[in-house]
Design a protein around this ligand. Structure first.
Ligand SMILES: Cc1ncc(COP(=O)(O)O)c(C=O)c1O
Length: 443
């Protein structure tokens, strides 16, 4: 048992209050946990029985400044008295300031921000529309195991069939290609060092021989998030950009998860030193949970009339104001350095755990975008989904540690993506508890 105050007792059972109320909420047949929370701060949450938990995943990877960040909350409270909503047909200075700030912190080639979107999925759809409008072409290339959203088009563009199999909307024109999954490289390399970028040959072949010949854009997560925290080799993006440019394909970076400081740079594009034509941003931009998203683009896309992609809650003034405050905090070398340093510490601790626990097959990440893979045996790299889920449940029930896995890929990658303003003491506390939890399994 951990000596920290966070961990709960091994006899703890899930908080099951509100049982009567729960029968009204649509949940279908999918329930992972049965906990109710009513208090939170930073990386911590308290359930209705007063037990404290540590969230390693910053909500849904969106709380860049943690739960109820005081600075953002105060700014939002003040804004509440002034204006919460304004039709995006009119101007408000905060919206203009946010567009300016977003352009300032993004790669140099991006000069415009479209903010009339309602979340990550609609930002990505807007990016596709901008590409089609600009190029006059149709087809979209995406990646196996990607998650680019859950609106109908983005569900089709995402790279796993389990979310599509029950529905049929007759959407065509989307193809998927191999993501550079280095640990399980289909070309047998197994690491980045001797990578021959063969997956890009596959992409080239697809463009030349398999595609419609009418490709508008390619959408890629620069680090594949839900698909298992895949980090491509740096050389991959240089070559990818060249292929896109040579073929008149708009390169869209989906930075819904990787953006706003998560990698220790404002955008992962800056980490990989590449200039995509469009970047989409959301999640972390809301700082402490405000709903906001945007599309950052090169000047040439500033043609499509904004009403062709416009949502009621895009440019919501409250969210915009929270995002401005969030960026003012994150766009600070000291803040971003903390992300890098804390990320390095967590990676080091995970690698030490990998030395002790045979079932950790791989540890990978950049900044605070980290994942580790649970395997049956390191030699065969066979994914151990069952053990992964056991770890998630035991960590929560016995150690008060919220870990996130996902149904994507082989379902065996645990993600560590905490709030970016996490302190070193908190990193240590989090890793101590994780270590203790993992030690309780056969290893
Ligand atoms: C990489 C990525 N793109 C897009 C989305 C969709 O964003 P939203 O849920 O805000 O529509 C997500 C959400 O998890 C994501 O992780």
């Amino acid at each position: 048992m951990s000596t920290t105050t966070t961990a709960t007792t091994s006899t703890q059972t899930a908080s099951t209050d509100n049982a009567e109320l729960k029968k009204y909420l649509f949940r279908g047949e999918y329930d992972i946990h049965d906990l109710t929370f009513d208090r939170c701060e930073g990386i911590y949450l308290w359930d209705t029985d007063g037990r404290r938990y540590i969230d390693t995943a910053a909500g849904t990877f969106n709380l860049s400044l943690g739960y109820t960040n005081k600075e953002v909350v105060e700014t939002a409270k003040e804004q509440c008295d002034k204006m919460i909503h304004l039709s995006s047909s009119y101007f408000n200075e905060n919206v203009l300031q946010l567009a300016k700030k977003l352009v300032e912190v993004s790669p140099e080639n991006l000069t415009r921000a479209h903010l009339k979107v309602s979340g990550g999925s609609t930002a990505n759809e807007g990016a596709v529309k901008l590409s089609q409008y600009y190029t006059g072409k149709r087809e979209v290339i995406s990646y196996y195991m990607s998650h680019v959203g859950q609106t109908i088009f983005m569900q089709e563009a995402s790279g796993l069939s389990f979310r599509r199999s029950k529905f049929d909307f007759g959407i065509g024109g989307i193809s998927h290609v191999q993501y550079p999954y280095c640990y399980r490289c289909p070309y047998g390399h197994g690491n980045c060092e001797n990578c021959g970028l063969e997956c890009l040959n596959e992409l080239k072949n697809y463009i030349a021989y398999g595609s419609s010949g009418d490709i508008a854009c390619l959408i890629i997560e620069p680090i594949q998030g839900n698909g298992g925290n895949q980090v491509p080799p740096k050389a991959y993006f240089k070559e990818l950009k060249k292929i896109c440019d040579d073929n008149g394909i708009v390169l869209i970076f989906d930075e819904i998860q990787t953006g706003v400081g998560r990698t220790g740079k404002m955008y992962a594009a800056q980490h990989f030193d590449v200039q995509p034509n469009i970047i989409t941003t959301a999640k972390g931009l809301g700082g402490t949970g405000f709903q906001i998203a945007g599309i950052l683009m090169e000047e040439k896309f500033n043609r499509m009339e904004s009403f062709l992609h416009s949502f009621t809650y895009g440019t919501n003034i409250l969210s915009v104001t929270a995002a401005l405050k969030t960026l003012s905090i994150i766009d600070d070398p000291k803040f971003l350095n903390n992300v890098t340093v804390c990320g390095q510490y967590i990676m080091d601790r995970l690698r030490k755990m990998q030395d002790k626990y045979e079932f950790i097959g791989d540890v990978r990440g950049v900044g605070l975008m980290i994942g580790f893979e649970i395997v049956k045996d390191r030699k065969t790299k066979k994914a151990d989904r069952e053990l992964t889920l056991q770890i998630v449940h035991r960590a929560l029930d016995q150690y008060g540690l919220m870990l996130r896995s996902s149904l994507y890929g082989f379902g065996n990658v645990l993600k560590i993506r905490p709030a970016l303003n996490i302190t070193m003491d908190q990193c240590e506390e989090m890793m101590d508890i994780l270590d203790e939890c993992l030690a309780s399994f056969d290893h």
